[in-house]
Design a protein around this ligand. Structure first.
Ligand code: BDR
Ligand code: CA
Length: 309
């Protein structure tokens, strides 16, 4: 089987953690590294969480590199109201068995993309700071990046009325990525809100008799409680998991080729993605934008992956 080489750039984060769990269960994906970024929580915490999740899925071999602790130019803001103070509140996970690599996340991205014999797919599921840093420092890596499949943005917001958290947290970095000319797939709120871990989904997860599924159940219960409190949702959208699902089962996704531009200057709208669904701007297509998810197929994929542990 030919494997698709991926780098997961993330800020775990409940849904980031579940994305790693799905990726680690899929034989057609080879995780070259996990690079962390400040987002849902401060960088020390997101890095610690990534290491813990690697242990959970028995993958202490996966390189974990700590990346940017701050957005490119803005003040850092985290999301404890959604993910708790640790960034991964809910389950009790043991202290990690090892430390991070010692190489900056952006440098790990540059090195691994350069070293890889086959093109690498990057899955950013936090603010895009590390990706922007890597593209700025070594623009030549673009030649060996197959695709960027990211979670961020949408035609509406969840952090401001118009901006989604990952893009809002570092709009300048996001702009750099969207303007890079690389093929980009966007899992924005329009599609990620369709992947709602409802009570029925959590019940299904809890019926699986292994430790990874037990932890995922606990993650989802915590995540659903904050989504109820903050947004009055009946369940938590597992946003970031869609990036991995897209890589292994693109047939579950309906996308549209569009232009996406990031607002960096607006007094009230910084971090908004302008998704030109109807081609009114005349700007060139630069992204595949997720519109519709085969919800049943998606959860089937997730449940099957959990059963493998
Ligand atoms: C995004 O922000 C974080 O809370 C999640 O991990 C996801 O990446 C959703 O807006
Ligand atoms: Ca995330």
């Amino acid at each position: 089987m030919t494997t698709r080489k991926i780098i997961m750039d993330c800020d775990p984060g409940h849904d980031d953690a579940i994305a790693i769990i799905l990726a680690a269960a899929r034989p057609e994906l080879e995780i070259l590294a996990i690079t962390t970024v400040s987002g849902n929580a401060e960088i020390e915490k997101t890095t610690m969480n990534a290491l813990k999740v690697c242990d959970l899925v028995s993958r202490p071999d996966v390189v974990v590199s700590k990346g940017a602790s701050e957005p490119l130019i803005r003040i850092r803001e985290t999301a404890p109201g959604i993910h708790g103070d640790s960034g991964l509140d809910g389950p009790e996970l043991p202290e990690p068995s090892r430390s991070w690599s010692g190489e900056h996340g952006a440098d790990t991205i540059i090195r691994l993309v350069k070293e890889s014999k086959e093109p690498v797919t990057i899955l950013p599921t936090g603010p895009l700071t590390n990706i922007a840093l890597a593209l700025t420092k070594a623009p030549e890596i673009k030649d060996n990046i197959e695709e960027i499949v990211l979670m961020g943005g949408g035609t509406f917001g969840n952090w401001t009325p118009t901006a989604e958290f990952n893009i809002w947290a570092d709009p300048e970095a996001a702009k750099k990525v969207f303007d890079s000319g690389l093929p980009i797939v966007v899992m924005g709120l329009d599609i990620t809100h369709q992947a709602l871990a409802t009570k029925e989904v959590i019940d299904q997860v809890n019926q699986i008799d292994n430790n990874v599924a037990k932890i995922v159940g606990e993650l989802l219960v915590f995540f659903a409680s904050t989504y109820k409190e903050m947004f009055d949702f009946d369940g938590a959208p597992v946003h970031d998991v869609l990036t991995v699902a897209y890589c292994v089962a693109p047939e579950l996704f309906k996308t549209k080729d569009v232009n996406v531009t990031v607002e960096t200057k607006g007094e009230f709208t910084a971090g908004t993605t302008l998704v030109d669904l109807h081609g009114v701007t005349g700007r060139e297509v630069n992204a595949k934008f997720g519109l519709e998810l085969d919800v049943e197929g998606f959860w089937k994929l997730m449940i099957e992956a959990l059963k493998k542990y």
